[in-house]
Design a protein around this ligand. Structure first.
Ligand SMILES: C[S@@+](CC[C@H](N)C(=O)[O-])C[C@H]1O[C@@H](n2cnc3c(N)ncnc32)[C@H](O)[C@@H]1O
Length: 200
């Protein structure tokens, strides 16, 4: 299957999705995060979109770990990935589905944890805490796919949680699959088989 042409119309559509995402996040920030802790902080949509463009190729399957309002997964779908998101907060999953419908996206979202059943984190020095990464029933069964079925996996962990996603990919990710991790200071870093790739 060929990739959609990144013409003016598609770029305008991508910008509209990002704008809707920021509008939702501003409201979420004022109404939910003001009242108490919530792990959802939006990534820099423009920067992540650039990484999705740089890594796209025909026939790639994409998974967003912690897809929140769905913006990144929808961008991936519009760019030609077969795109899925897993999110622990069911109300955010409802938002993501509504957002996908609004933008005519086939992106699919499931509610649950991106940790497969049976996974537990332990670093080389015995650290087991996963920070803000929550626990819940695994979302892969509803997805009908496993983590190693995905060619490109995206996550935006909080600072210090990056080792958890690397460990998850090491144990459950596909051989040669690409992990894209967004970080506030470094943009989007790409990893394959646990090794960081040079920026493209
Ligand atoms: C820092 S936000 C990133 C949101 C979005 N990926 C983005 O880039 O804008 C992390 C998201 O992961 C979700 N989350 C945390 N732990 C999770 C888990 N174990 N399974 C699924 N989602 C999780 C949170 O609810 C939150 O929406």
């Amino acid at each position: 299957m060929s990739l959609p042409v990144l013409d003016d119309a598609l770029q305008a559509r991508l910008r509209e999705v990002c704008a809707a995402g920021w509008e939702f996040f501003d409201r979420f920030d004022r109404t939910v995060r003001e009242r108490g802790f919530h792990a959802f902080v939006a990534s820099d949509y423009d920067v992540v979109c650039g990484a999705l463009v740089a890594h796209r190729a025909a026939g790639l399957r994409f998974l967003e770990l912690g897809s929140a309002s769905g913006v990144i997964t929808i961008l991936a779908d519009l760019l030609g990935y077969e795109a899925f998101g897993i999110e622990l907060d069911a109300s955010l999953v409802a938002t993501a589905r509504a957002m996908a419908q609004r933008f005519g996206s086939r992106a699919r979202f499931v509610s649950g944890s991106f940790f497969p059943a049976g996974y537990s984190y332990r670093s080389a020095d015995g650290e087991v805490r996963t920070g803000t990464l929550g626990v819940g029933a695994s979302g892969y069964q509803e997805l009908g796919l496993a983590l190693d079925d995905f060619d490109v996996v995206f996550g935006y962990p909080w600072g210090g949680e990056e080792p958890v996603l690397l460990d998850l990919m090491k144990h459950f990710g596909g051989t040669d699959s690409l992990l894209l991790m967004h970080s506030v200071n470094d943009g989007v870093l790409a990893y394959r088989n646990g090794k960081r790739l040079r920026p493209t």
